[in-house]
Design a protein around this ligand. Structure first.
Ligand SMILES: NCc1[nH]cc(CCC(=O)O)c1CC(=O)O
Ligand SMILES: [Mg+2]
Length: 340
């Protein structure tokens, strides 16, 4: 027979007798039963590189984020190593004078990203380096690929991306991250790397990357915002689609991706959880510039607690099954975690 609780008058059977609040009554109890958490080891820190040897140049739309000189990147890498952040991701701000229709600067072995990679590997070899494979920082039209008669052409772009990945691998980059969303690029990049003796270079593919409004501040940071003609909806995914993300990821996995990524992060947690479930691969979330700046802006207005919102957003990725997170918060989280 169901018994009535004398305190509440509730029938205990209605809750199966379980009092779930019992485990939430103190900090130690909550910590004891917490299922997931963010660790420093989960973090990848995206950094913007710029020409010259001046100090940090703040990105207006990303409070707390600056473009760094090559020397500044080496310092940042030192900081990452000291904090225990495993990987930094490098993104170049390319001067308009170096941009052209074909994005040829992407293939220059002495471009900004390559110089930064070599400089970091020289001084802080223990930090992993991820380089983005896509042409948008280098093209005058701001697209990730070659444009012919208004069309972003797939196969011709893929050929160039393979050469770009090789240029980055030769500079010492450990992980290449194709962020372009061309079909078939992972297989070509893998073959190109293997053929040149870079069998150990890893591929983290932006497998499900959506045409999103949350990249705005990034385009500002790398100087492609003003350049971009039109939008990226003919190659980045449509935000209404989830099944298609499974097909995208299946292709990248079959083509040899070592790790896959979902981007943006928080608005696409459902996609992240599904890919983890389906592929059981190391799967990463990219907490994009727009997500970062949204939290920062609200925090600066005093509308939300920035530190708490930062942790909540990152825990959400771990709860959804992410192996790790690319986040502009990386150094701040790492410091907070070390403080305990
Ligand atoms: N292909 C370039 C690239 N790599 C990472 C981002 C976005 C990162 C961010 O918003 O933080 C973009 C922008 C884009 O596709 O337009
Ligand atoms: Mg694809």
């Amino acid at each position: 027979m169901a018994e009535r609780n004398p305190m509440t008058g509730m029938i205990d059977r209605a809750t199966g007798g379980a009092r779930l609040r019992r485990l939430r009554q103190s900090d130690w109890a909550r910590r004891l039963v917490r299922e997931t958490d963010v660790r420093v080891d989960d973090l990848i820190w995206p950094i913007f590189v710029r020409e010259g040897d001046g100090g940090p140049e703040p990105v207006a739309s990303m409070p707390g984020v600056s473009r760094l000189s090559v020397a500044g990147c080496v310092e940042a890498a030192r900081e990452a190593a000291d904090l225990g952040i495993p990987v930094i991701a490098l993104f170049p701000y390319t001067d308009a004078s170096l941009r052209d229709e074909a994005g040829s600067e992407a293939l220059n072995a002495d471009n900004l990203v390559c110089r930064a990679t070599r400089a970091i590997k020289d001084v802080v070899p223990e930090v992993g380096i991820l380089c983005d494979v896509a042409l948008d920082p280098y093209t005058s039209h701001g697209h990730d690929g070659i444009v012919r008669d208004g069309v972003i052409v797939n196969d011709e772009t893929v050929e160039i991306l393979c050469r770009q990945a090789l240029v980055q691998a030769r500079a010492g980059c450990d992980i290449v991250g194709p962020s372009d969303m061309m079909d078939g690029r992972v297989a070509c990049i893998r073959a190109a790397l293997d053929a040149e003796g870079f069998g150990d270079a890893m591929i983290m593919s932006y497998a499900a990357k959506y045409a999103s409004a949350f990249y705005g501040p990034f385009r500002d940071a790398v100087g492609s915002a003003g350049a971009l003609r039109g939008d990226k909806r003919t190659y980045q995914m449509d935000m209404g689609n989830a099944l298609e993300a499974l097909r995208e990821a299946a292709q990248d996995v079959a083509e040899g991706a070592d790790m896959i990524m979902v981007k943006p992060g928080m608005p696409y947690l459902d996609i992240l959880a599904r890919l983890v479930d389906e592929f059981r691969m190391p799967t990463f979330a990219y907490q994009t510039s727009g997500e970062y700046s949204t939290i920062m802006a609200a925090a600066q207005n005093g509308w939300i607690d920035g530190d708490k919102a930062m942790f909540e957003s990152l825990r959400a990725f771990k709860r959804a099954g992410a192996s790790g997170i690319l986040s502009y918060f990386a150094p701040r989280v790492a410091k907070a975690l070390h403080r305990g």
